[in-house]
Design a binder for this molecule. Structure first.
Ligand code: IPE
Ligand code: IPE
Ligand code: MG
Length: 261
């Protein structure tokens, strides 16, 4: 994506001591950045608040991260918001999250219009409450013509479920004679994932210090660089985002070869 450098500089004024915009190479911004937004509950508990307050505070971080992604010229920005395993949480927390997804998305539609952001979802939306599903559909419809950054929200997403779904769809195509087993290659398989048509993430950020994938994008993260920060998601700012990119740009990605670039 094209970067509006004037806007970007204004957005990144008042730098803290350890990082500034000049620490990153704007010509090498990762095309796809993905974040496992974690630590909302611990953020709230540390303040003597209810976990739900952490989720509410996390919405502000997400809004900032979307804006940061746009300003930095990221092509695809994706976030893990609710896993297929998160249904195991107390019902009131699940209900709150589902309601929060719906209200947040509605509230942010003007931002998506203003920034030309195209919305997308990873996950099985059929299982979501009607309110959430309807708002998600509205978001898809309203941003369908946008040509700027793609913002993907992973909700009721699980990588194993996704891969199983792809295998089932491909099996059906083979049974119906539309594909032969020999046709099934990595490209065909990738076309049956929620991420079809998108580049794989180059940078995956996980907040709150956890060093695991929690069933997120197992296929797509094959060669992704990881950045784990101890910062809880509600405290994650544009500066943490910049620190992650600086770190990413200092890595040598080899993709199994020996030449580093
Ligand atoms: C991440 O924060 C948000 C979701 C998974 C929906 P958590 O709710 O997992 O927060 P912690 O990990 O309990 O602190
Ligand atoms: C991963 O966080 C899922 C999301 C951020 C949506 P969790 O908090 O659910 O992951 P675990 O349980 O610590 O692995
Ligand atoms: Mg968590």
């Amino acid at each position: 994506m094209l970067i509006d450098e004037e806007k970007l500089r204004a957005y990144y004024s008042q730098a803290p001591e350890d990082i500034s915009l000049t620490d990153v190479d704007l010509a090498r911004i990762p095309r796809h950045v993905s974040i496992i937004m974690d630590g909302n509950g611990r953020w709230a508990q540390a303040r003597g608040l209810d976990r739900s307050e952490g989720h509410v505070a996390g919405v502000d971080s997400l809004r900032e991260a979307v804006t940061t992604s746009v300003r930095l010229g990221v092509d695809v920005f994706s976030v893990y918001a609710f896993s297929t395993e998160n249904w195991r949480r107390p019902q009131h927390e699940v209900d709150l999250l589902m309601h929060l997804f719906a209200t947040t998305l509605l509230n942010e539609l003007p931002l998506f219009h203003q920034e030309n952001v195209k919305l997308r979802f990873f996950g099985d939306l059929v299982a979501l409450p009607e309110e959430t599903r309807d708002v998600f559909q509205e978001g898809l419809d309203e941003t369908a013509d946008h040509t700027g950054m793609t913002f993907a929200l992973a909700v009721n997403y699980g990588s194993r479920a996704e891969i199983t779904k792809a295998a089932r769809e491909i099996a059906e195509l083979v049974v119906s004679g539309d594909l032969t087993p020999e046709d099934v290659d990595e490209g065909v398989f990738a076309d049956h994932l929620y991420t079809a048509g998108l580049p794989d993430p180059e940078l995956l950020i996980r907040t709150s210090g956890e060093q695991r994938l929690s069933n997120y994008l197992l296929w797509q993260l094959a060669y992704t660089e990881f950045f784990v920060t101890d910062t809880y998601w509600p405290d994650f700012t544009r500066w943490d985002y910049l620190r992650a990119i600086r770190d990413f740009q200092g890595r040598h990605r080899r993709f199994g070869g020996v030449v580093s670039k």
